[in-house]
Design a protein around this ligand. Structure first.
Ligand code: NDP
Length: 234
């Protein structure tokens, strides 16, 4: 029976919405990010929804930090690998350091968390991991080269992990949302001003909840959540 979830990047945006949804669904929560103040705020909101909450500050791109995160967190039934960053700009203008920062956090950080979670889940013979990729993980968009490459990589990581987790009853999924109304979209699409018709963080949280409710004999590898409006490709 699943009951203890760890959500990375829970201090704001999509991660915060996922934490709140899981709290409402009766999960015990371990929430992590780097910003203490914002994480505490979300933790309090989850407690008000009845969850038991443990807050752990960690930088997912740092191996030692991730190892102590998982040691402190204890047994985890669900990992939501949500933390990520975007640095945007055309490839010809992209600094190598920015490219590396995006991959260090989005790819290496997600790998480090997945590896720690899978080690524990293999011992306990079960668990679930949800990686938040993006529509940019399946399509190309101008000025999203580094970010897009990192999100494509997450789908590759997910595909291998699905196969390696199968025999140990570890279910692994990816969610690929289109543009979601958070701080990140404001950076990637400064031309946009109306966020009301966009996918909301709660829509991604609903997809997490859906995956957690799948019957034991069924799995879903990837969920694509896109805007239905005909005037948009993202
Ligand atoms: P935000 O920028 O609003 O939030 C990102 C979260 O990641 C924050 O909680 C931040 O916390 C955390 N984070 C960033 N770097 C690190 C790090 N090194 N270690 C630990 N935590 C870190 O982004 P969104 O909520 O929009 O995005 C969440 C995920 O969804 C990302 O993976 C993103 O790529 C993906 N996504 C977003 C879409 C969008 O349009 N917004 C669309 C598709 C996918 P802190 O700064 O406190 O560490």
């Amino acid at each position: 029976m699943e009951k203890r979830a760890l959500v990375t990047g829970a201090s704001r945006g999509i991660g915060a919405a996922i934490a709140l949804k899981l709290a409402e669904e009766g999960w015990d929560l371990v929430l992590t990010a780097r910003n203490r103040e914002k994480l505490t705020e979300i933790g309090e909101a989850c407690k008000q929804r009845g969850a038991t909450v443990t807050l752990i500050l960690a930088d997912i791109s740092n191996e030692a930090s991730v190892q102590s995160l998982f040691t402190e967190a204890g047994a985890i039934d669900l990992l939501v690998n949500n933390a990520g960053i975007g640095i945007f700009g055309e490839l010809t203008e992209m600094a190598l350091e920015d490219w590396r920062d995006v991959h260090r956090i989005n790819v290496e950080g997600t790998f480090l968390c997945l590896r720690e979670a899978m080690r524990g889940m293999k011992q306990r013979k079960g668990g679930r991991i949800i990686n938040i990729s993006s529509v940019v993980g399946v399509k190309g968009y101008p000025s999203q080269g580094a970010y897009g490459a990192s999100k494509h990589a997450l789908l590759g990581l997910t595909k291998t992990a699905i196969e390696e987790g199968r025999d140990a009853n570890i279910r692994i999924h990816a969610i690929c949302p289109g543009g979601v109304a958070t701080e990140m979209i404001k950076q990637s699409r400064p031309d946009l001003t109306d966020f009301s018709a966009m996918i909301q963080p709660e829509d991604v949280a609903e997809a997490v909840d859906y995956l957690c409710r799948l019957p034991a004999n069924i799995t879903v590898d990837v969920i694509h959540r896109r805007r239905a409006a005909s005037d948009q490709t993202w």
